[in-house]
Design a protein around this ligand. Structure first.
Ligand code: 2AM
Length: 491
């Protein structure tokens, strides 16, 4: 038996509820279910009142109310809950039905679940959904992967629901990403890039405040101006707005100044960092951003250390400080330098994200289309920015582009920004302002562009103490040397 709903959505927390309303608003009839069934009633009696919804109170009733082949989407807490629900759904579904996980799931779980669900004669989709509460309601970025046969069945609905971009606002930010866990992997990299973007913006904030002496009103103006140029993005826009918000607990202070400097994290940045380590690719921006959040969370230790550990005080090295202040220049110059540093670092961050995607795609045989991934992030999601059009163009022109930094547009952008970027990192170091993301981005750039790194010495050390062998610059093969015999003999 099956009902007449076009779509079923399970899990009515904020994202699920908003996505259900979004799907219904595009002309679909939607069945909803939630483990705590009072949430179903609240929705049906509240925001969904008078709309084309069917509220259900058991998983069986939920499944039965949807047309075959069923499209059943879960938006529940990632992890064991998803496995438990799949186990409940499989016996209730019919062959060809589609189970979709829209949560922030670790890609390897989606790899495993795709196989399991396909073996049961059903189809499985792991779909990254980004855009927060508002995106889910009005148009998120959607990154579906899994059983390819499911795509023709869900394409029209998902593309209707997703964000749209382009001059006519008709290009959906939803395309098929690839097999098994590919969609969730792309979503994870999106989140990792988001970590990098946010950390970079925070470093710009600290520099502008501590070195430039800008107050919140001035910061608002700077971010407003930045949002008109090449940095234009959702995150710059909301940062601008944050600087204008007054404390909602009363008083005339700005809310941002009342917020404790301890960062939270839900884990997708950590996953991306861990997977970068597994793949051996240097995704240093996300990793640095994760560590920066970790250091911020050690608030009590930092408070203690701040009373003991010295930075570069005025008296310590006045010449050096004067030189740094000269580098900083006047306030307008400094703001412009920080903008350049932010833009160049952001390019490096995205370059690293795509290198990781390339490595993961090769390892898992996903055949990812990188231009497509950039397009999916163009609208709806947290990292949405005009800049992504350039990335899409770069990969469309050359699908095998080894690194975004090599593309003429980005090469030129870094060339234009590089002097200011170096000035900012150098002066921050002299003045004792931590800029871990700005500097790791610069270090990656310098490391990547150098033909010769000191790893020859490293290989010598490894061979000396562990006979790990090394390669030579002038001959093929692997070599080991008897370093104890070769060294200068102690007198
Ligand atoms: P709840 O309202 O009954 O807690 C986000 O936590 C969403 O995931 C909520 O809708 C929550 O349902 C749901 N969820 C969490 N764990 C679940 C589980 N084991 N089974 C079903 N739904 C679950």
């Amino acid at each position: 038996m099956s009902g007449d709903c076009d779509f079923g959505l399970m899990g009515l927390a904020v994202m699920g509820e908003n996505l259900a309303l979004n799907v219904e608003s595009r002309g679909y009839k939607v069945a909803v279910y939630n483990r705590t069934t009072s949430k179903v009633d609240d929705l049906i009696e509240g925001r969904a009142k008078g709309k084309n919804f069917v509220g259900t109170h058991t998983v069986e009733e939920f499944v039965k109310s949807v047309k075959r082949p069923r499209k059943l989407m879960m938006l529940v807490k990632a992890g064991p809950a998803v496995d438990a629900i799949i186990d409940q759904l499989i016996p209730l579904c019919d062959p060809g039905d589609i189970i979709i996980d829209g949560g922030n799931t670790l890609y390897s779980d989606t790899e495993r679940r795709t196989k399991l669900v396909e073996e049961a004669g059903l189809l499985y989709v792991g779909c990254g959904v980004s855009g927060g509460e508002e995106g889910a309601l009005k148009g998120p970025s959607m990154m579906p992967g899994g059983s390819k046969e499911a795509w023709p069945h869900i394409k029209e609905m998902f593309q209707a629901v997703s964000a749209k971009v382009g001059p006519n606002n008709d290009i959906p930010c939803c395309e098929w990403v690839g097999p098994r866990g590919a969609g969730h992997y792309v979503k994870m990299v999106h989140n990792g890039i988001e970590y990098g973007d946010m950390q970079l913006i925070c470093e710009a904030y600290q520099l502008l405040r501590e070195v430039g002496g800008l107050n919140n009103e001035e910061l608002y103006d700077v971010f407003a101006e930045w949002n008109e140029g090449e940095l234009q993005s959702y995150l710059i826009e909301i940062t601008r707005d944050i600087f204008s918000a007054k404390d909602d607990q009363g008083g005339d202070a700005f809310l941002v100044d009342k917020i404790l400097d301890v960062a939270g994290a839900k884990g997708t940045g950590k996953w991306m960092s861990q997977l970068a380590l597994d793949l051996g690719v240097p995704s240093t921006l996300v990793t640095t951003a994760v560590f920066a959040r970790g250091l911020s969370a050690q608030k009590e230790a930092r408070v203690r250390a701040s009373k003991t550990l010295n930075g570069p005080s005025e008296s310590m090295n006045p010449e050096m400080r004067a030189a740094a202040m000269k580098l900083v220049g006047d306030r307008a110059d400094f703001v412009e330098s920080v903008r350049h540093a932010l833009y160049a670092s952001k390019i490096v961050s995205y370059a690293q994200g795509f290198v990781q995607l390339q490595a993961a795609s090769a390892e898992h045989d996903w055949g990812l289309d990188y231009g497509n991934a950039a397009l999916l992030w163009r609208g709806g999601c947290i990292i949405r920015a005009q800049f992504l059009d350039r990335i899409k163009d770069a990969f469309e022109a050359d699908s095998n582009l080894e690194n975004l930094l090599l593309h003429p547009f980005f090469k030129k952008a870094i060339e234009d920004a590089q002097a200011a970027w170096r000035t900012v990192v150098a002066s921050a170091a002299i003045l004792g302002i931590p800029v871990p993301a700005f500097s790791t981005a610069l270090n990656y750039y310098d490391g990547y562009r150098l033909e010769r790194l000191p790893a020859n010495l490293l290989q010598a050390q490894r061979d000396y103490f562990g006979a790990h062998t090394y390669q030579r610059v002038d001959k093929d093969g692997w070599f080991h040397s008897e370093w104890l015999d070769l060294r200068k003999q102690p007198k």
